[in-house]
Design a binder for this molecule. Structure first.
Ligand SMILES: [Cu+2]
Length: 234
C-alpha cells in the first residue's frame, strides 16, 4: 500500500494494449483440460485474443499450443508458464491497457508481469471509476475516477489476482492477474491458447479460471516434437 501512489500516475495519451502472437519454428501441444467442466454462458466481455505478455527473442524458442478450460462466467482462462531453470524474460516496457467501453471492461481478463504497467482508459462518454482490489486480502489497491481523456497508469508489483470493478455500474467486472511467470497467455473462449518463444525445458504450468474448480498447476517438460496432454482426472 505504501508504494501505491509511487507506482500510479495519470497521463494523457492514447494506448492500445493488444499485442500479436508470433510463431516459432516448432510447436508443442499442451492439453490442459479438466474433466467435468462445462462451458459457461456469460457476457462477451473478454474480447482480447490469446496473447503473450513476455517478449521472447524473435525466431528463438518453441510455440506452445494447447487447451485450457473454456470461458467460465464470461471470463477467459489464463495460462502461466514459469521456467524451472530460472531463466527470466524481461518485463515488457510497454503498458498493457484495460479500457472501459460499452459499459464493460476490455479485456475482461488481463494478465501482466509483476512490475509491468497497466493503463486504465475510458472509451465511453459516461463517467466510470476503476476500483481495484487484491483478491486474497480484499484490500483496495486504488479507486479512481477514470479520466475521459488520457489514462491512469498503475504498476502492479505484487503477483496475485486482482478484481476490477466500476462502482457506477455494478455489472462491470474484470480480473487482472499479475505474475512472475515469464510466459503468459489469455486463452480463447473455447480454451485454446498459444505461447511463442518458449525455450525447451522443464516448466511449471498454472491454469487460472474464475471457477476455482477449473484451476490447476503441474510440471511439464517442453521440447521439440513433444506432445503433452494434461488432465485433472483426480
Ligand atoms: Cu462504469
Amino acid at each position: 500500500m505504501a508504494s501505491m501512489l509511487d507506482s500510479s500516475r495519470l497521463v494523457s495519451c492514447s494506448c492500445s494494449g493488444l499485442r500479436s502472437v508470433c510463431c516459432g519454428a516448432a510447436a508443442v501441444i499442451v492439453g490442459l483440460s479438466v474433466t467435468g467442466c462445462s462451458p459457461a454462458a456469460g457476457p462477451a466481455n473478454t474480447a482480447v485474443p490469446a496473447s503473450t505478455a513476455a517478449a521472447p527473442v524473435a525466431g528463438k524458442g518453441l510455440t506452445v499450443r494447447g487447451s485450457a478450460p473454456p470461458v467460465a462466467g464470461g471470463f477467459r482462462a489464463v495460462v502461466l508458464l514459469a521456467p524451472e531453470d530460472g531463466h527470466a524474460v524481461a518485463v515488457p516496457d510497454a503498458p498493457e491497457t484495460m479500457d472501459q467501453f460499452g459499459l464493460s471492461f476490455l479485456p475482461g481478463v488481463l494478465v501482466v508481469r509483476a512490475g509491468q504497467e497497466v493503463a486504465f482508459t475510458n472509451g465511453d462518454d459516461v463517467l466510470h471509476n476503476v476500483h481495484v482490489a487484491e483478491s486474497a486480502t480484499r484490500e483496495t489497491v486504488f479507486n479512481i475516477a477514470t479520466p475521459i481523456a488520457g489514462a491512469y497508469l498503475h504498476t502492479f508489483e505484487r503477483p496475485g489476482t486482482y478484481t476490477v470493478a466500476c462502482n457506477v455500474h455494478p455489472a462491470m467486472a474484470a480480473y487482472i492477474l499479475v505474475t512472475d511467470a515469464s510466459y503468459v497467455a489469455v486463452a480463447e473462449r473455447d480454451g485454446r491458447f498459444e505461447l511463442s518463444g518458449v525455450p525447451p525445458g522443464r516448466y511449471r504450468v498454472t491454469v487460472w479460471s474464475v471457477d476455482a474448480v477449473l484451476r490447476s498447476e503441474r510440471q511439464v517438460e517442453i521440447g521439440a516434437e513433444t506432445e503433452l496432454r494434461l488432465h485433472n482426472e483426480g
